[in-house]
Ligand binder design. Sequence first.
Ligand SMILES: Cc1cc2nc3c(=O)[nH]c(=O)nc-3n(C[C@H](O)[C@H](O)[C@H](O)COP(=O)(O)OP(=O)(O)OC[C@H]3O[C@@H](n4cnc5c(N)ncnc54)[C@H](O)[C@@H]3O)c2cc1C
Length: 530
Amino acid sequence: MSTKLESMRPQSWQGVDDIVIIGGGLAGLFCALKLAPRPVTVLAAAPIGQGASSAWAQGGIAAAMSPGDTFDKHLADTLAAGAGIVDERIARLMISEGPDRIRDLLGYGVPFDRDLEGQLLLSREAAHSERRIVRVKGDQAGRAIMEALIATVRKTPSIRVMEGYVVEELVAEGRFVSGVIARPDAGQSKTRVAFPARAVVLCSGGIGHLYQVTTNPAEARGAGLGMAAKAGAMIADAEFVQYHPTAIDIGQDPAPLATEALRGDGAILINRAGHRFMTDLHADAELAPRDIVARGVFAEVKAGRGAFLDCTKAVGAHFPDLFPTVYASCMAAGIDPVTQPIPVVPAVHYHMGGVLVDADGKTTVDGLWAAGEVTSTGVHGANRLASNSLLEAVVFAARIAENIKGMLPESSLYEWPKDAGENDELVTLEDSAELKALRRGMSAHAGVIRDAEGLKDLIREIVRLEGINKRVRFSNMATAAKLIATAALKREESRGGHYRSDFPEPVEALRHRTFMTLKDAERIAAEIAG
Ligand SMILES: Cc1cc2nc3c(=O)[nH]c(=O)nc-3n(C[C@H](O)[C@H](O)[C@H](O)COP(=O)(O)OP(=O)(O)OC[C@H]3O[C@@H](n4cnc5c(N)ncnc54)[C@H](O)[C@@H]3O)c2cc1C
């Protein structure tokens, strides 16, 4: 082991167990807490609380806990949103364990809103037939949940948190993952560090930053999906991506949201000519399902007519008081939403597909478990029901903890993290021409509206970019992009978050999930790229 590593090793590294969790969002931290007092190491690309979608969640967590609600009703809503391909058994399991996980969160100190009698205050959201969303101070759920969990994690001596460690590779020996290689200093260090582990839990979040416009933090860039696929894990339903229809189009990355509540309050969508285009597309106009509104907005933007959320009449002078966050974003960009329409564009928001896991969060590769947005458990099908994703993160993180505790003996101490050698590849990705081209291509061809020609162009472009930029972090992203693009090409129908203009209807024979390895994706890509 190198002297350098020896000298930087804190005392607290001694006697650490061999469970490594990748990611410090809700899934990662909840799993670490559920494993306590077993020692675990959490590796997070950014300081915990930052660089995680979990902290940005505005709605809350869905759980059937109100007197009029039942697991069956929550299941029915989940099945309807998922457009025919939800795994009913797994969804039922998630829903039935929801209330217990909410009680766990309360135990960790999450200050969920309560009524005057001290009962949990449950709100209703679009596509939920009952009031079942637990929230914190209206739209503060994500931040409050993460603050409570972080405080508990910091007080839990068995959890070692390594912040600023960007994991670049899963070390695979045959069909067994035996550790990870990470780059410290927010991924800027030349030295890489290996963490040998007998259990690796992947909780690295989503894929938003594979696209030009997204609501996700920069760390949600598909790295976990790419790394797991490279280690041989089966990937499921990669083609299903959910878009938020009204991100504010002011060139910010990530894009701020113009919340759906604005449309709920009567704001309308118009193009540059002032035409209210959603009335042409759906009887519910602006309140049509998310994917339909996203396609309407996308079509106007693509045709060069622009799309704008006009709140001047419906909200007007009340804007600063009612929607202070949106107001601040607009004003910072020189748009006064009290008097001016807000330019909007659809933004990638959530990935339904991901690393295939079973009911215990086990992937198809030994030694590798996964939880949260990086996974495909089957509960979302082709479209996620709002507020089911935080629920999925906690339910499966808890199941993983139980599974690992049952499988690995208590006393497994691991070797010290090992120096994985210097590697002076240029690590800054943000301004690389290949990354920009990848994100541009994904938005243009694997976005809200897809077709075979566009997807084939994109696949050829991904292969070309991989040939130019061979850095491991870019390769992880390109791998994730390739899985999404090839899965989208293969699904010759439209369903949920996946819309093909050349196959605009659902096809009954295709009403099933899709499963794909990286080898499958590469074979398809090779056929197209020639
Ligand atoms: C704006 C917004 C609002 C949302 N609102 C809701 C809502 O109200 N209700 C709901 O249910 N869902 C909501 N979602 C979705 C939900 O927030 C996410 O699906 C969920 O938080 C994912 O949790 P996670 O732990 O899997 O990932 P994250 O919380 O994104 O955490 C991922 C972690 O992995 C780390 N990481 C990533 N790559 C690496 C790497 N290579 N090495 C080391 N660490 C890495 C990240 O830094 C982070 O710590 C929202 C999402 C967004 C973006």
